[in-house]
Design a protein around this ligand. Structure first.
Ligand SMILES: *Cc1c(COP(=O)(O)O)cnc(C)c1O
Length: 392
């Protein structure tokens, strides 16, 4: 099949919920991707940050191949050794507590909000405050939680119990807290929102407020988790621990997974019968995810993310000097936003034509998130393509 024929199938049989470009990937390894027509690309936004350690990483592939013939799924009314091992791994890398396994970012956030509500119930609290320009997923409750109108259009009435305040504004946040407030949920870097980075002082103050008022502090690390900010989890750059953290995207190395991580104090809020998932934490997905951790640890990928992040940022700063259309470079390690003075879509499309995959969000921010395994040579090539695209 060729891309054109695949597109015909989509036109006929798949709901048109995405704005797609005419690219049909067929195979990929690391940051290299080949489409079904044989054209090669450099992928600096692998799977919307899902393939964080690169496409088809050997350790993940082997883990899946070993596990698939043995056991793929068990009911969560039984035990799974792999699920147990993965939970231990996540807790050892984050903070003392317990985890709940589900299958996606939205589901993890939804569960975190359920946890906050259950914790607040005895005091009559249920509301969760979130940030403007946030993104928390596409279920009904998570579009209510998301601080962007465009995701809510056409779906009202939405579940109650959310309100939004401007990101970075501590006074607005304090003012919005009332007797109904159960928790605060935010991304430390708003990725979908345009790579907006929370200031350290702001995050510390939020922590203080939550401690003082006994509110549940939830960090949505669905996109920032697993090394791409230069630490395993982004909060570790701040020295501020959440009560609850949600993970998904690159945690599964390409397979679907979501996790709620709750610190000890909140680890037993969700009780038997109060929350569940049919697929959550299945042996096949847990095996893949353990492969991701093994790769990050053994191949020192976080060190590489820091090193290559510095190099990439320096090279992008060079482009800023050269092109007036580049307004600002911001990011952490390999989570980078290039804000333009012009619309980003044409630039993004030029890059695609020339064999570089990146993303454009909020109309004028190029989102560049290469895999943790990226090399200097790949960065040189990618920046050269972006340079030409900006020129044109
Ligand atoms: C992608 C994303 C989600 C939603 O995850 P899904 O797996 O698509 O449900 C939630 N929060 C953040 C920060 C994300 O980047």
């Amino acid at each position: 099949m060729k891309t054109k024929e695949v597109i015909k199938l989509y036109d006929k049989y798949i709901m048109q919920t995405y704005t797609r470009v005419a690219l049909c990937p067929d195979r990929a390894k690391g940051a290299l991707l080949e489409d079904i027509d044989g054209k090669k690309y450099l992928d600096f936004f692998p799977g919307w940050a899902v393939s964080g350690i690169g496409h088809c990483h050997g350790k993940v592939v082997n883990a899946i191949l070993r596990q698939a013939p043995k056991l793929m799924h068990v009911s969560n009314n039984y035990y799974s050794a792999l699920q147990g091992k993965l939970a231990k791994k996540i807790i050892e890398h984050s903070f003392p507590g317990k985890v709940f396994f589900c299958n996606s970012g939205a589901e993890a956030n939804e569960g975190a909000v359920k946890l906050a509500r259950k914790y607040g119930k005895s005091k009559g609290r249920f509301e969760v405050i979130t940030m403007e320009k946030s993104f928390h997923g596409r279920t009904l409750a998570m579009i209510a939680a998301t601080g962007q109108d465009k995701v809510k259009d056409g779906f009202k009435p939405l579940p109650e119990g959310f309100k939004h305040v401007p990101f970075g504004d501590i006074e607005a946040l304090e003012e919005s807290i009332d007797e109904k407030t159960a928790g605060i949920m935010l991304e430390l870097i708003q990725c979908e929102g345009g790579i907006n980075i929370a200031r350290a002082e702001y995050v510390k103050k939020i922590r203080e407020i939550c401690d003082r008022k006994d509110l549940v502090l939830i960090f949505d690390e669905v996109q920032t988790g697993m090394g791409r900010t230069g630490k395993m989890f982004c909060y570790q750059n701040y020295g501020v621990k959440p009560d609850v953290m949600t993970l998904a995207k690159s945690l599964g190395g390409g397979l679907p997974i979501g996790v709620i991580v709750a610190s000890s104090k909140f680890a037993d809020v969700l009780t038997p019968g109060s929350h569940a998932s049919t697929f959550g934490g299945s042996p096949i997905v847990a095996a893949a995810s353990l492969g991701v951790f093994e790769a990050i640890e053994k191949e020192k990928l976080i060190g590489n993310a820091v090193k290559q992040g510095k190099y990439l940022t320096k090279k992008l700063e060079g482009l800023k000097k050269k092109h007036r259309s580049v307004k600002e470079i911001r990011g952490m390690a390999l989570t980078i936003g290039v804000e333009l003075n012009i619309e980003g879509e044409a630039v993004y499309k030029k890059c695609l034509e020339k064999g570089l995959l990146i993303n454009c969000t909020q109309k004028n921010v190029l989102r560049i998130m290469p895999p943790l395994t990226v090399t200097k040579a790949q960065i040189d090539k990618a920046v050269a393509i972006l340079d030409k695209a900006l020129e044109e």
